[in-house]
Design a protein around this ligand. Structure first.
Ligand code: KG4
Ligand code: ZN
Length: 336
């Protein structure tokens, strides 16, 4: 089995995955949402301190699960990029310590690749080539993935999709993470009161942008003052943010279609892929283009070590081991 570690942001997580059949044997995650909620966003130092507390606790549980016998573990897979430097380092320290003491190799894993493989947790088979919409707190991208390589087709010029939910929730005076909060508020909207712009809607450019929409939310809050209906604003924001994604995905589908390269499989991954409105709209788009839609189970959309372990299996089979002493974190690397 492979022991995997995820600490790129605000989730401390460890998993054990069977090398033989990719079954997830152990998985635990401790989220820090409550700790960061008061600040309306992630405070890196706080996240780092909490990883230093929580990762050993989970390791203790994993040890109990193994009855103290670590011998079935053949490699340690750890997220090294991209993410927050002060939190990635916590996971890497634990990974190196385990690899040295257990005399086993280390596998360096890209977090975004992890999100793609969240589709294949508990499954031996993977589906490629695959077009992917990755929507998380740090990234908004359309990717083309094969088993060998991943290419970036489009990305955000500024804020990410998930981040724009977080900032909207913060402006409305709610906590973190904003995604589920805004989704809930929008579901309670009784009447459509506000209309916000859809970013880049008249541009044929295959790119995303959320900073203008964020500004429109701020202006509407200022304009409405005491009379603001938070449910209606959350509804308007979610509608514009999702419509922007759908319009750009449609452009991409059409572009591929015109080149005679239909898309057989399309996936939505990342923490914000849990958004139900987005899922519904993209499901309709896929149907129109005769494309199958792949989604991760909701529990594996947000950051977790199970997806890191699933990529770890692929890297282990390729013997893509890292140099234990020279392996470093690459916080800002978004290449694959
Ligand atoms: O992938 P993830 O767990 O962490 C990163 O790698 O960034 O994604 C977290 C992001 C947060 O911005 C959170 O607000 C967003 O995903 N999110 C959502 C929803 N659930 C989580 N955004 C929109 N709708 C949701 N239901
Ligand atoms: Zn993530």
């Amino acid at each position: 089995m492979i022991l995997s570690i995820e600490s790129s942001c605000d989730d401390s997580s460890l998993a054990l995955t069977s090398i033989k059949d990719c079954k997830l044997l152990f998985h635990q995650k401790i989220s820090q949402d409550d700790a960061h909620s008061a600040y309306g966003g992630i405070v890196p130092e706080l996240a780092s301190r909490l990883h230093a507390q929580k990762l050993p606790l989970i390791l203790e549980n994993l040890k109990n699960f193994l009855h103290g016998d670590f011998s079935p573990i053949k490699a340690i897979a750890v997220t090294t990029e991209p993410g927050l430097s002060v939190t990635l380092i916590e996971g890497l320290m634990m990974a190196k310590t385990l690899a040295i003491s257990l005399h086993i190799p280390l596998l360096s894993i890209n977090h975004l690749k992890g999100h793609i493989y969240s589709l294949f947790i508990n499954q031996k088979k993977s589906i490629f080539p695959l077009s992917v919409l990755l929507v998380s707190g740090g990234h908004t991208m359309i990717l083309e993935a094969t088993k060998e390589e991943i290419c970036i087709v489009a990305q955000s010029k500024d804020d990410s999709f998930g981040e724009s939910f977080d900032k909207t929730a913060k402006m409305l005076g709610f906590g973190y993470p904003g995604g589920p909060i805004i989704q809930d508020l929008a579901q309670q909207c009784l009447k459509e009161l506000y209309h916000l712009p859809i970013p880049l809607q008249h541009s044929k450019e295959l790119a995303f942008s959320f900073s203008g929409l964020k500004n429109a939310v701020r202006l509407e809050i200022e304009k409405q003052g005491e009379n603001l209906d938070a449910n209606a604003l959350a509804y308007a924001f979610q509608k514009s943010a999702c419509e922007h994604i759908v319009q750009k995905c449609k452009l991409y589908f059409q572009f591929k279609h015109d080149k005679g390269e239909g898309i057989r499989h399309f996936a939505i991954v990342g923490g914000a892929s849990a958004n139900l409105h987005l899922r519904e709209k993209l499901q309709a788009l896929c149907k129109k283009f005769n494309t199958s839609l792949l989604l991760s189970p909701l529990e594996f959309c947000s950051d977790n070590a199970a997806m890191i372990g699933r990529v770890g299996i692929e890297e282990y089979k390729k013997e893509n081991f890292s140099d234990l002493y020279n392996l470093e974190i690459s916080p800002r690397n978004t290449q694959f």
